[in-house]
Design a binder for this molecule. Structure first.
Ligand code: MN
Length: 202
């Protein structure tokens, strides 16, 4: 099988009380696992795609079948999302990314406000993103399991930070209160990992 479900880099309950253990378990062991299984099944049926990386599949999402677009995006997005969270994370962004968030958005509070607006206003299921687009930091959102490296993305860029706003990411603990889940996210952000992505994106 070409793609594998990566292990969570922490225990299911490590992000408590912000993201609860049961949500993390189902989200990773069922939802992400299903994207990987469905992607592998679709790849197995399409010989020309058997050697492609997950990035290559996403970049050409518009040319591939919807099954590969949706499940390939699901695998790419969740693999990135888990690493952008950590126990005792959050706080103000550090490093070069911290400096550039302040110079781009005014201050960290203003950045959080704009990112949360993108996350809360994404209708239905999708993701909020901080990306580097045309050399600059920008906030965007995508529907379903699309992402900003896809050819079909409205705003294309290299991801630096992402937040899953599908109901499966928060409904057990937060029910319909997506804004509360977004607030909780700020306690978990792994800014070291975001800086790694930012350095690679520029
Ligand atoms: Mn998800």
């Amino acid at each position: 099988m070409p793609f594998e479900l990566p292990a969570l880099p922490y225990a299911n309950n490590a992000l408590e009380p912000h993201f609860d253990a049961e949500t993390m378990e189902i989200h990773h062991d069922k939802h992400h696992a299903a994207y990987v299984t469905n992607l592998n099944n679709a790849i197995a049926a399409t010989a020309s795609l058997s050697e492609k990386t997950i990035e290559e599949l996403c970049v050409n999402a518009g040319k591939n079948s919807p099954v590969i677009r949706n499940n390939g995006g699901g695998h790419y997005n969740h693999s990135m999302f888990w690493k952008l969270l950590k126990p005792n994370g959050g706080g103000a962004p550090t490093g070069k990314l911290g400096e550039d968030i302040v110079s781009t958005f005014g201050d960290f509070a203003k950045f959080k406000e704009e990112f949360a607006k993108a996350a809360v206003s994404r209708f239905g299921s999708g993701w909020a993103w901080l990306v580097v687009a045309e050399g600059k930091l920008a906030i965007t959102s995508t529907p379903n399991q699309d992402n900003p490296i896809m050819d079909v993305a409205e705003v294309k860029g290299a991801p630096v930070l992402c937040l899953d706003v599908w109901e499966h990411a928060y409904y057990l603990k937060y029910q319909n209160k997506r804004a509360d889940y977004i607030n909780a996210f700020w306690n978990l952000v792994n800014w070291d990992e975001a800086n790694v992505l930012y350095a690679a994106a520029k």
